[in-house]
Design a protein. Sequence first.
Length: 207
Amino acid sequence: MRMRPGPRVAVTLAAIGLFGIAPLQAHAPMVKTQGPGYYRMMLGEVEITALLDGTASMPIKEFLTGITPAEADHDLAHAFMKDPMELSINAFLVNTGTKLVLIDSGDGGHMDPGTGHLIENLKAAGYEPAQVDEIYITHMHGDHIDGAVHVARPALVHEPDLAFTRTFGSGLPLSTRGSTKTPLLCRALATPATALTAPSDLALVTG
């Protein structure tokens, strides 16, 4: 009498035949790079594209107030996180149909090796830096303004931020030509070699 192998034995023999004779190979090679960092949505008739400049490791406890370091560690651990934290740096591209506006500009790769990808993600989203009409700066922190030099377009800044920047006494040229609510900020670039060809009253925002 001839015995037939049971289902488990058959599966085991098939596995031996599959893995024992030759190594399993994928049909396609691994890409080993991240996909483009953008997300697009429509808000009414306006197209909004979120652009990832990158991620940076930040000592989050240095930014928290009203909480002790021990309490911060406890709360972070409760959320399965720890200090420092990996934070995302983003900008937003708003297409109204008649104007293309970039809100913030990332940090230009100055803060962390993982940042400075705004331009490549802007291009991956289907746009070119030259198509941007204006840059709106939400506030004057490096992770929001340092990438503007790679776009070379007028940057509009709130008056309080402009006034605060003046208090540093850096000697960099500042201009308030235009609206007093959203004046232009003009700062000299660090070196002539990186100077952008634009009128002096346009905004060239660097860190």
